[in-house]
Design a protein around this ligand. Structure first.
Ligand code: SF4
Ligand code: SF4
Ligand code: SF4
Length: 236
């Protein structure tokens, strides 16, 4: 139930249309930036950049790959950020029962932002130091309730970004995976059973970005259950 993104990375050209569409819909300004030796720009997410297309150059099995990842909040089914937030201010982080969107509300001002950041397995939330408010993608929940698709999905010209009812998206994801496996035996769906933004990779997830897959950046054997138990320890 609820909504889900299916993001087929085999189709992404790194055009950044989705990144710009997100800024436009969210009315966020461009930020001053600098050349970091990568085509990725800006270099990271921020409270004003809720979606960033990450660029990675990797040689895998002797073959060069230029990999693109349109990175955003995954809208986890059991969201660790919400579990930690609820222990401090209940429903400051809201989960829409209809769409499944995980949304940071104004009440987040009272939360320990560092704790929320550490709880997120995908390193998503960012804080505006001036207002102490936390920001991230909200699934364009307002657009969905108005019968539209998220702004980034609407803009994507290549069929990378897809959006719809969860069952429909899971079926599409499994169908595309089966087709891609013929050419890319390593292809996989990332954390499909626990998130609402499901990426299809043709290369190992860590080649795209260290936080693409749950647990990749931390100690690998930590299971989802053990991780949740860890983040749910009583807060200071
Ligand atoms: Fe941005 Fe909306 Fe896409 Fe989230 S769903 S990345 S807020 S455009
Ligand atoms: Fe929360 Fe991070 Fe999951 Fe988004 S990706 S719902 S910020 S834990
Ligand atoms: Fe990739 Fe589509 Fe975003 Fe362009 S708009 S960077 S093709 S996901």
């Amino acid at each position: 139930t609820g909504k889900t993104f299916f993001v087929d990375l085999s189709r992404c050209t790194g055009c950044r249309g989705c990144q710009i569409a997100c800024k436009q819909w969210k009315n966020k300004p461009v930020e001053p930036t600098e050349n970091t030796g990568s085509h990725q720009n800006p270099p990271d997410l921020s409270w004003q950049t809720l979606k960033v297309v990450r660029f990675s150059e990797k040689t895998i099995d002797g073959k060069f790959h230029w990999l693109f990842l349109p990175d955003q909040c995954r809208h986890c089914l059991d969201a660790p950020c919400k579990m930690v937030g609820d222990a401090e201010v209940p429903d400051a982080i809201m989960q829409d029962p209809q769409t499944g969107a995980v949304v940071f509300t104004e009440k987040c001002k009272g939360l320990n932002a560092q704790g929320i950041r550490e709880a997120c397995p995908y390193d998503i939330p960012r804080v505006d130091k001036a207002t102490k408010l936390m920001y991230k993608c909200d699934l364009c929940n307002d657009r969905i309730h108005a019968g539209m698709v998220p702004s980034c999905v609407q803009t994507c010209p290549t069929g990378t970004m897809n959006f719809g009812d969860r069952d429909e998206m899971l079926a599409l994801a499994r169908d595309r995976l089966a087709k891609l496996k013929v050419k890319f035996p390593k292809a996989e769906l990332v954390d499909a059973d626990s998130v609402r933004v499901i990426f299809l990779c043709t290369q190992p997830p860590s080649a795209y970005y260290k936080h693409l897959q749950f647990g990749d950046a931390g100690p690998r054997p930590l299971s989802r259950k053990a991780f949740l138990a860890k983040v749910m320890r009583p807060l200071r």
